[in-house]
Design a protein around this ligand. Sequence first.
Ligand SMILES: *Cc1c(COP(=O)(O)O)cnc(C)c1O
Length: 453
Amino acid sequence: MKKFILAENDLPQQWYNILPDLPAPLPPYLNPVTHEPLRPEDLAPLLPQTVIEQEFSQERWIDIPEQVRDIYRMWRPSPLVRADRLEKALDTPAKIYFKYEGVSPAGSHKPNTAIPQVYYNAQEGVRRVTTETGAGQWGSALSFAGSLFGVAVTVYMVRASYHHKPYRRSLMHTWGAEVFPSPTERTQAGRDILAKDPDSPGSLGIAISEAVEDALAHDDTKFALGSAMNHVVLHQTVIGLEAKRQLELAGDYPDVVVGCVGGGSNFSGLVFPFMADRLSGERPETRFVAAEPTACPTLTRGAYTYDYPDTAGLGPLLPMRTVGHGFMPAPIHAGGLRFHGDAPTLCALHDQGYIEARAYDQNEVFAEAVRFARHEGFVMAPESSHALRGAVQEALAAKEAGQERTILFGLSGHGHFDLGAFDAYLAGQLEDYTIPQAQLDEALSQLPKIERI
Ligand SMILES: *Cc1c(COP(=O)(O)O)cnc(C)c1O
């Protein structure tokens, strides 16, 4: 069989929360002002109550509300596909499966958390949510969710992408959101940046500061984050829970699971249900590989310490591996995955040796995406292509070793809005870019002075 499809009735009823199963308790988040452990009520101006409870919850299983499952059913369960044509092309004894999240209306895994986040806000009477977006995938997912629940959505979109990626902006407008190129004059955080650099191309960290400031300034408004925090990862576990059942149908279990990491939500969502089996000792041999760009090498070259999720330092201090909240990715980088930090749970498991990390240059990543398109048809997002690159390396290593190996990778989204970057790759115009150590040291020197974890 090629494709493993679950019935709508098999859609998971609960999300999986890894917090109670971590080998060591997660270091606490810290209040950005006092540096004391963050209390749930500190987040109340920003997030709805249910989301805050989920952020700190020690319950292993959390019910997915029926209204959320009903919307998930528009595209979920998503397919699990065996990439047998790619296997043949690689002449590998390995089996390669991918979990395809490009079937959602917004084209990526991001609606998996946008839907419940907006649902909980709507339940609590919130009228508007603000957010950041880079290339526009998160902004469009939230706009889609807002349109279904009648909640207004304001998106601060990284200026460089606002101008270079107009079609995701069109998508957000189609779903009824308002979209501003960040930095803007609308917030103090934006005005401060513009005063120093009127031509600032923006960054995710700046856009988060603006969205947070906007939410804090308005009583009827809250903020929604697209990655990194526990509740986002929790919602994304629907991916891995489905994939596990689909592999059961296939009579298989992965030896290695590979995902791409921006802030870590699709990776963790795919991986954590399998990680549960490794942590419980049921499947002690399973390996987990996180793929990131050399242009934003958080896991491979960052520091494991406390850092802000945003440039202005308004959000809680998170225990994570980071390249610094002031980090600005090189404009020539087309491969996405630009967030300066990663999910604290992912970082803790990486630090304890449960997750391997690899960084890839953008040309090797696009080459893999093109080969995949020519054998398997789907044109995937540059972000997802990092996971593919990791999966292909695993398949080639299996061939080298003359071993069977079952590989599962996360195909987090389609690439139909990234064709400009494919054009640049096909024309030989993409440059590989490894950030110089001096730039990294400079960004890390601006970390808040808090004892290492
Ligand atoms: C946003 C995005 C990512 C990176 O975000 P994570 O939180 O690390 O998952 C990866 N792939 C696609 C298609 C995305 O839209």
